[in-house]
Design a protein around this ligand. Structure first.
Ligand SMILES: [Zn+2]
Length: 425
């Protein structure tokens, strides 16, 4: 009788325990690890952050690399519950691993029977790519563009870095990369320009270019804004957005907020270019036009004696007759046709290798997105759409999403010496 009672008791206890365990499992769930895919490629040195996600208060995490029957534990530790990052620095050579295939196993244990394992097929490659400079533009002014050509071995991706800003180079053939890069109007002349090559698994090699950045003086001047200008131009532009705004706030909204938003759009468009050169020879300037505003000028806006806003002019303003015919500055593909805020009716043409031209404040627009245009082809007419007080063309050259001075692209000698010579080296 006693034994029967005992059995009953234990059975009952076991059922209770199981029920609690199962419901805890159900409530707490199994732990998980995010970021495992980072382990698919292992260069000479790799920093990986894995994220442990667990509702259990204590978790044991281990990371092992397995190659040809050898098992090397590279991490083991207890990790708290919640979301906890684990930072790993993996250096395959230090563990005596060979270049080639291997497996990484990541295991997380909460309580008994609560375990999760991940196995990732990985590839170890500890040899960095090689990179040689073929040619580069010797001097690039602030607000201007340069070019670079390199020879590499085993590089998958090559970028040029102007300080921390990164611009991709284009692959010309298996080992040759070429690219055109912008130097921002406000770039520090002491900034180094570097080339960085990446191989398939993320090993890198870099060289510093002999290219120098030269300081440029940009004109600064004051523009007076009046209530009449705001009433005539700014408020109609703003529409509903201008309701309840003071004249100064209305002006600032267009000159600052809209400008920033429109620049972002231009920058995004500028990053998606044809990977081949479409242009031929120098770029064309609006026919019979007079320059009324230069690239890089800093404008300070004065309202009733007080400076209320400023902006940087990132193109050339060219005036001709009213509703003058606008030609495509060079061969290319139309990548934007539309109303672009302060720029009004705008066309952007992609000339390949990251170089684009922009035409703003247009009236009629005679081309469509995706259309191929030839140098000199009429694409529209000048007008005053957007933030323009008189009929003119705002013309800009965009290199990898950044506006640079068009002056050089109009100059066949500069183009030959600083871009095409590098390309053909
Ligand atoms: Zn302009």
């Amino acid at each position: 009788m006693k034994i029967l009672k005992l059995i009953r008791f234990f059975t009952f206890a076991f059922l209770i325990f199981s029920a609690v365990y199962v419901s805890l499992l159900f409530i707490q769930g199994r732990p998980a690890i995010e970021g495992i895919e980072e382990l698919q490629k292992l260069p000479k040195k790799k920093e990986v952050t894995l994220k442990v996600i667990s509702n259990w208060d204590n978790n044991r995490v281990s990371v092992k690399i397995i190659q040809e029957g050898r098992e090397i534990k590279i991490f083991e530790d207890s990790v708290m519950g919640g979301e906890t990052p684990i930072n790993l620095i993996i250096e395959p050579k230090k563990y005596g691993l060979k270049d080639g295939k291997a497996k990484v196993m990541v295991t997380i244990d909460a309580y008994i029977l609560v375990r999760r394992s991940y196995t990732v097929d990985t590839f170890i490659d500890t040899i960095p790519p090689k990179i040689y400079l073929i040619a580069s533009t010797p001097t690039v002014k602030q607000g201007s563009s340069g070019a670079v050509k390199t020879q590499t071995t085993d590089a998958e991706r090559v970028v040029v870095m102007v300080g921390k800003k990164e611009y991709p180079l284009y692959k010309m053939d298996k080992n040759t990369f070429f690219g055109i890069f912008p130097v921002d109007v406000e770039e520090d002349p002491n900034t180094y320009i570097k080339i960085v090559a990446y191989d398939k698994v993320g090993n890198t090699a870099s060289i510093t270019l002999p290219t120098k950045i030269r300081r440029t003086r940009f004109k600064r001047y004051v523009v007076d804004i009046t209530d009449d200008m705001i009433r005539r131009k700014i408020l109609p532009l703003l529409g509903d957005e201008g309701e309840g705004l003071s004249p100064v706030d209305a002006f600032k909204k267009v000159n600052e907020e809209w400008r920033e938003r429109d620049e972002k759009i231009i920058s995004e468009i500028g990053k998606k270019s044809e990977p081949r050169k479409l242009w031929e020879g120098r770029f064309l300037q609006l026919k019979n036009s007079k320059v009324i505003s230069y690239f890089g000028e800093l404008r300070y806006y004065r309202y009733k004696g007080r400076i209320v806003s400023k902006s940087r002019h990132l193109g050339y303003d060219l005036a001709s007759i009213k509703n003058a015919k606008v030609q495509a500055a060079n061969n290319g593909v139309v990548v934007y046709v539309g109303d672009l805020g302060i720029y009004g009716n705008t066309i952007i043409i992609d000339h390949g290798l990251g170089v684009m031209s922009l035409y703003s404040h247009l009236g009629s627009m005679l081309v469509k997105e995706g259309e191929y245009v030839r140098k000199g082809q009429i694409i529209g007419t000048t007008d005053t759409t957007g933030l323009a007080f008189g009929d003119h063309l705002h013309f800009a050259i965009i290199v990898q999403g950044v506006e640079v001075t068009p002056l050089e692209w109009w100059d066949p000698k500069w183009l030959k010496n600083n871009i095409e010579r590098i390309m053909n080296s």
